[in-house]
Design a binder for this molecule. Structure first.
Ligand SMILES: [Zn+2]
Length: 399
């Protein structure tokens, strides 16, 4: 009896301590919706402004994706993060003021056509990446002192923005000097509204999903996007707000979970599985990511970029082969796998759709405990205090 009292007392005291130390993580793990099926989405950024060879690449990807379907006959979706413009280098350099060239049927006819037919076939979903993949005044300022930036401007708008120095590729900070400076809120508001309008002019629809370039953005940006009609923001699991002295993303906020709400009801998605075959990522590794995410009731959003699909034949083929391998293994291993677009997923999460989520079930408790086990500090404390034993028991009982 005495022993039982001591044991109960111990668990009560250490339980309070654990909750106190890891409250935020415990609550987030519970609040994050639990998907009842594996969900796979391929998110691909940087399409739009730049080289003409993109059109052929997009057609190839579309043909590949059209070979697959989930059990409900949905095609795998690749989201295309669109960049709508780049500098008109000639005009900019001769006048000294920034001039842009937006993509249009005149400059990018075959690309826009290929995207449109892929959207109609259900294999593409277009998202906003940015008007430019940089903040124009910062680029212009940097070009005055940085020869590489000046040369890039000379080749714009054909040169890919991927070739700019990394800090300058962030659209929502002024990285012409480091650490970067915060942008004026009015300028942000105007630029966000302008890019949404331009997106609508080009594609005939307001972007519902935005992907902040290099995952650096602020509350101002989010507010402006939300006001302009954006419903979801793709994140890497946190928000960076600046670039530090060495140009690295910094000012990282709290961890973000899938289905969490941001400014003005914007819903966040987390994209943190990386699939860049030209950098050596393989289908097998990607499949491991799908397995881990599914175990935790999370969707799998693969991050990839257009650079994998452009360039030498060998590089392009390697990328397409790995993508095909990933999809064929995924449908084989997960008969209940669902291919969704990011906006469809965002809507499911936002409305807490019972057709897709485990809302009140044993599995939700089971997944919650599994998620807690992934929090390093909590896991360690669980071992130290002995809480791992009752938690493990509950985990087994709810399996
Ligand atoms: Zn990008």
């Amino acid at each position: 009896m005495m022993l039982l009292m001591i044991l109960l007392g111990w668990f009560a005291i250490t339980g309070v301590l654990l909750v106190f130390y890891a409250w935020r993580g415990i609550v987030a793990a519970w609040r994050e919706p639990v998907l009842s099926r594996p969900v796979l989405i391929i998110e691909s950024d940087d399409w739009g402004a730049g080289p003409v060879e993109q059109a052929a690449a997009i057609r190839q990807i579309s043909r590949l994706l059209e070979k697959f379907a989930d059990r409900d006959r949905r095609r795998p979706v690749m989201t295309l993060g669109m960049v709508l413009a780049a500098a008109d280098g000639e005009k900019t350099l001769s006048s000294g003021d920034y001039h842009r060239q937006e993509i249009s049927t005149r400059t990018h006819g075959p690309l826009l056509e290929a995207i449109k037919s892929g959207v109609e076939a259900g294999v593409f979903s277009i998202q906003l990446h940015g008007m430019e993949h940089y903040w124009p005044p910062a680029l212009l300022l940097a070009s005055k002192t940085d020869k590489a930036v000046m040369d890039w401007l000379g080749g714009a708008p054909q040169l890919p923005a991927e070739e700019l120095p990394s800090p300058l590729q962030s659209r929502w900070v002024d990285a012409s000097i480091l650490p970067s400076r915060r942008l004026n809120a009015n300028a942000v508001q105007q630029a966000a509204q302008e890019e949404v309008n331009t997106f609508q002019q080009i594609f005939g629809t307001v972007p519902r999903v935005a992907v902040p370039p290099t995952f650096i953005w602020t509350e101002d940006v989010e507010n402006a996007w939300a006001g302009a009609g954006v419903a979801a923001v793709v994140t890497s699991g946190s928000r960076f707000e600046t670039r530090d002295e060495s140009g690295r993303p910094a000012g990282q906020g709290r961890a973000i979970y899938n289905g969490q709400f941001g400014e003005n009801n914007i819903v966040y998605l987390v994209r943190d599985e990386y699939f860049e075959p030209s950098l050596g990522h393989t289908a097998i590794q990607a499949l491991g990511g799908l397995s881990a995410k599914t175990r935790l009731g999370r969707p799998t959003l693969y991050e990839t970029h257009r650079f994998n699909f452009l360039g030498s034949e060998a590089k392009k083929n390697k990328t397409l082969e790995e993508l095909e391998r990933l999809l064929s293994m995924a449908v084989k291993q997960y008969p209940d796998l669902a291919f969704l677009s990011s906006i469809k997923l965002a809507t499911i999460l936002k409305t807490r759709d019972p057709a897709w989520l485990d809302l009140w079930s044993r599995r939700r408790v089971h997944v919650w405990i599994s998620r807690l086990g992934e929090l390093p500090r909590l896991r360690k404390l669980g071992w130290l205090t002995g809480w791992i034993v009752p938690a493990g028991l509950l985990w087994r009982l709810t399996r």
